[in-house]
Design a protein around this ligand. Sequence first.
Ligand code: PHE
Length: 340
Amino acid sequence: HALLTEIDQSEVASPEQLETFRLRYLSKKGVVTALFEQLKQIEPEQRRAVGQELNKLKNRAQERFQEFGQRLEASGPMSAGPTVDLTLPVVPNQLGSLHPLTIVRRRIIEIFERIGFNVAYGPEIETDWYNFGALNFPDNHPAREMQDTFFIEKNGGPVRDDVLLRTHTSNVQVRLMEHKRPPIRSIMPGRVFRNEAISARAHCVFHQVEGLYVDTNVSFRDLKDTLYHFAKEMFDKDSQIRLRPSYFPFTEPSAEIDVSCFICKGAGCNVCKYSGWVEIAGSGMVDPAVLSNCGIDPEEFTGFAFGMGIERITMLRYGIKDLRLFTENDVRFLGQFKGA
Ligand code: PHE
């Protein structure tokens, strides 16, 4: 009876207090359950009467619990009770933004996907074979030093067992050609690593997008047309491109691709160093030796490849002058690319 009075007199004002009420009177570990358990010890003649009293207690607790619940709900945060001040200013909704490198990577992928390229990925930790050997870099050849490599494990034995951080995304070229019969038409974005001092113009981690097209009758003209299309889509519909002879072990012939300066349009500016042209990619026809290394018959198939740095394209597009900004996570910098 003391408990019945207690239940009748209790009040709750918050969800927490409601829970305390539930725990005390209605849960398996509560006082009412404990009393029910003691029933067994009572003389059989009295058990019925006591049981009835206990049931009353339990029902009363349940009634009160429901009542409290309904009352709390009616005065909850959804009702404009006195505790809600609707005149308070709203908390501003802080929307994040995409990293400029993400914006540009997605744009590059979009441009190439529309002309039939798919996207492929490969490992950042690589063996010497996929990063250099298969790409026609001879063992111990100085061409390897064009790209300062981070070695994870350098074996004393034949160089091709070495494990390293890839210095370019060209390793994905090799892996694609090894596993797929032409036609292959893919672009391969990813992180690459070079042992270089960090400065405004260089970093030890950066991003590239590689492109590869292998099929019957792929020609140099296809390479030019594809990159011309890319330049117009990426920079300016009136962009021109220019090819300069270059050298890569895995392409022959090789060319550096320049795009007409879309900032000054030839009038002369700092970005193009008053030349009217900016370099955007390396490229060339896949060397027949590379095709053979990957199990593709160079008599039957030809291909072109190109590679570009995403940081470089992003810096050109947005006029960013220091590469380090990309990794410093300064919100004053990152916030400028909202909605871009
Ligand atoms: N892998 C080269 C680099 O990182 C770029 C490249 C890719 C050049 C494909 C030609 C063809 O410098």
